[in-house]
Design a protein around this ligand. Structure first.
Ligand SMILES: CC(C)CCOP(=O)(O)OP(=O)(O)O
Length: 376
């Protein structure tokens, strides 16, 4: 007879008899906006993780409670642009037939996989950047009971993504491609984070400004932001909708990298000029010695005197020094430089979109309209 592989236990067979996941179909059908439909799926997904850990991994009650609290704290409260985009793009690609509530629910599950991925990245990113607030509350690692446990929590968040993919899409023909897309995107993002975190030597007495070039900046943002924030939602929806030709994926990748750079530049400007109550966080790029779009633009324009001030004051956790950097940014009028850039790049993206004929342009314009001239 069949010899079970080592480590196999009979419980795994019981999974087959587990009641199928109950999608909130009535809830979803009663909602009108994609955001509301997307949000309807969250509670049962979060409960399914808790139940999964309690049964499959024999997790003790306080462990289940920790996981549930950690998920609620770190996965909701953002704009959910990435997650909602999967639902919107899947509907756009479905053509006139539209999506059934079940298809909307399943597209939302992939979307929540990306929101859990976002939480995985942000929990770790805030710890590494020494950030104080995120989405209007203290960063998870700053809670007295958490600290560096946040590292394991970010790993757990990543693992939940693949639990969702297996539970809901394990039998789909595109399952392996979907998993490989997520794995490649995670690796790309981690490469971008590496570039971002090492753009300055940690122990430098003064900033080594020579590294703050537009070329390095563009590579950092393509890898740390564009792939997971733009390409992953679009490509996931394409896979679920049965798109297979590689040219379409290449087209999507190119335009998503352009939009991702635009989005990150907005984030860099908001980090300095955004209001903390609106963006939900207090910016730390200057203190963190980050290769921000603002410092790249400032160095492009700096007089020798301004360069000296930047050298002595950039990358320091000292309010007076941060103020000196912001004063230079204001002298240079970088906020209006950004506003002009925003107009130009919006026009450039529209031009690029006009060239696309193998994917409905709406796939990108719906996303672009969400982020254009955003204040958070
Ligand atoms: C800029 C990006 C890499 C990190 C923040 O992403 P975001 O503005 O989409 O954050 P939210 O998920 O909180 O909306």
């Amino acid at each position: 007879g069949f010899i079970a592989p080592p480590g196999h236990n009979d419980d795994d067979d019981e999974d087959e008899h587990k009641p199928p996941f109950q999608y909130p179909l009535k809830e979803i059908a009663s909602k009108t906006t994609d955001k509301e439909k997307f949000l309807s799926v969250y509670p049962c997904l979060r409960d399914s993780i808790a139940e999964y850990f309690a049964t499959k991994h024999e997790m003790v009650p306080e462990g289940v409670n920790w996981i549930t609290e950690m998920i609620d704290y770190s996965c909701v409260g953002g704009k959910m642009n990435r997650g909602i985009t999967v639902l919107t793009v899947a509907r756009t690609l479905s053509g006139s037939s539209g999506l059934t509530p079940r298809e909307e629910a399943r597209a939302s599950v992939v979307g929540w996989g990306i929101e859990f991925l976002q939480a995985f990245f942000l929990v770790a990113d805030d710890l590494m950047d020494d950030s104080k607030t995120r989405r209007g509350q203290p960063c998870w690692y700053l809670l007295p009971k958490v600290g560096t446990i946040a590292v394991n929590d970010s790993f757990l968040l990543e693992s939940f993504v693949f639990t969702f993919l297996k539970e809901h899409f394990g039998k789909e023909p595109y399952y392996i491609k979907l998993v490989e897309l997520f794995l490649e995107t995670i690796q790309q993002t981690e490469c971008g984070q590496l570039l971002d975190l090492t753009s300055q030597p940690k122990d430098a007495k003064t900033a080594d400004l020579s590294r703050f070039t537009i070329e390095r900046y563009r590579k950092i943002v393509k890898y740390k932001t564009a792939f997971y924030s733009f390409y992953l939602p679009v490509a996931s929806a394409m896979l679920m909708s049965g798109v297979t030709n590689s040219k379409s994926f290449k087209t999507a990748r190119n335009i998503c990298c352009i939009m991702g750079e635009y989005f990150q530049i907005q984030d860099d400007v908001l980090d300095c000029y955004g209001t903390p109550e609106v963006i939900g966080k207090v910016g730390t790029d200057i203190q963190d010695n980050k290769c921000s779009w603002l410092i790249v633009q400032a160095l492009d324009r700096a007089t020798p005197e301004q360069r000296k001030v930047i050298e002595e004051n950039y990358g320091k956790w000292d309010d007076a020094k941060v103020a000196k950097i912001k004063a230079i940014y204001n002298e240079m009028g970088l906020k209006s430089v950004f506003e002009k850039y925003e107009e130009d790049s919006y026009a450039e993206i529209q031009e690029e979109l006009k060239k696309i004929n193998d994917i409905p342009q709406e796939v990108f314009t719906l996303f672009l309209d969400k982020i254009y001239k955003r204040s958070k």
